[in-house]
Design a protein around this ligand. Structure first.
Ligand code: KG4
Ligand code: ZN
Length: 334
């Protein structure tokens, strides 16, 4: 019988479900929580409450859409961490109850590893070993991926994640949360070399994004003091210049990692991999460095349960299951 796995993602502000059958994704349902927009960031308590409201409908929808019954499932997978504990617990409790009631295996998935394994949902798939620049709201990592279940972080940020740098820039510009996609949109019509922001000088393959955040803050304060309409008049060039600097920093270390490891299979994953500046910079480097570049479809860049289902498929193959007593972990180690 073909294994059929239901996956649940609830680590942050998207309640998502997906069903995978014999390694093929059948659907990917995402209920986005708009409640956080008014608060300038995700409010953990509101996220948990919204997950509680959404979880039953999104699970039913996934089963209905696939034309399946609960009794057809071979396993239930959930995001074990990292993420907001209260949010993770909603998915974890639901998955555990369902696995227990149906007497089928429970699979716990690492959210960041799942972002990377999203590359196996569709063709073209990277060849092993490959390097994956994993960039989200909470992480910035360069990962050496030796096999679906064997990954090693070779570079990481010492402070903020790059997604945070995008979101905080947006907040300083008065844009709503999550601001990353808006900065990207304005940047597309701006001049990225008009304003200069400092590149961080971190050793090895380490990143740092707290310096640029402070630099943008001081820059805006000084300019707004001279002209109160500065932001409004220059928002496209400001966004383009910040994005240009962030992308340059991301690429610098990725090039270094490729040189050090000799690996030319290069992938990106996580929410920030939706960024158009990062995507075109990678395209440009492709020729020059003879890289094979892998960029996931937009649907699989930001948080989604299809990537959790894909990761669960590999864990199911190796029969790596969770104990029913286990639970979510906000700081689940990589
Ligand atoms: O992976 P993700 O959906 O959630 C986490 O696991 O954190 O990533 C969310 C992050 C946010 O910081 C969001 O602003 C950023 O990804 N993001 C973008 C873009 N789309 C999403 N940042 C820049 N440009 C984008 N187009
Ligand atoms: Zn994520």
């Amino acid at each position: 019988m073909d294994p059929i796995i239901l996956a649940i993602e609830s680590s942050c502000d998207e309640t998502s479900t997906s069903i995978i059958r014999k390694g093929k994704i059948l659907n990917n349902i995402v209920a986005t929580q708009s409640v956080h927009e008014n608060y300038g960031g995700v409010v953990p308590e509101l996220a948990s409450r919204a997950h509680q409201q959404n979880i039953v409908p999104v699970v039913s929808q996934a089963l209905e859409q696939a034309g399946l019954n609960k009794s057809d499932l071979s396993a239930v997978a959930y995001t074990k961490g990292p993420g907001l504990l209260g949010a993770l617990l909603v998915g974890a409790s639901f998955a555990k109850s369902m696995a227990y009631a149906l007497d089928i295996p429970l699979i716990g998935v690492h959210h960041m590893k799942a972002h990377i394994l999203a590359h196996f949902i569709e063709e073209p798939r990277p060849a092993f070993p490959f390097l994956c620049l994993t960039v989200s709201g909470g992480h910035t990592q360069i990962v050496r991926v030796n096999s679906p279940l064997e990954m090693e972080v070779i570079g990481t940020t010492k402070d903020d994640a790059v997604g945070e740098a995008f979101d905080k820039t947006a907040k300083m510009l008065g844009l709503p949360y999550p601001g990353g996609p808006l900065v990207d949109r304005y940047a597309q019509n701006g001049d990225g070399e008009r304003f200069e922001f400092p590149l961080s000088e971190m050793p090895g393959l380490s990143y740092s994004f707290s310096g640029i955040k402070t630099a943008v803050l001081y820059f805006l304060r000084a300019e707004v003091a001279k002209d109160p309409d500065f932001i409004e008049k220059n928002i496209q060039d400001i966004c383009a210049s910040v994005q240009f600097t962030l992308v340059k920093m991301l690429l610098q270390k990725l090039k270094k990692a490729s040189k050090q490891t000799g690996i030319k299979e290069i992938a990106i994953a996580g929410g920030v991999s939706a960024n158009s500046g990062l995507r075109s910079a990678l395209e440009a480097h492709k020729e020059k460095f003879r890289w094979n570049v892998y960029v996931p479809a937009f649907e699989y860049c930001t948080d989604n349960a299809a990537m959790i289902a894909m990761a669960a498929h590999f864990l199911y193959e190796k029969e790596i299951f969770e104990d029913i007593e286990s639970s979510a972990e906000a700081r689940l180690p990589f």
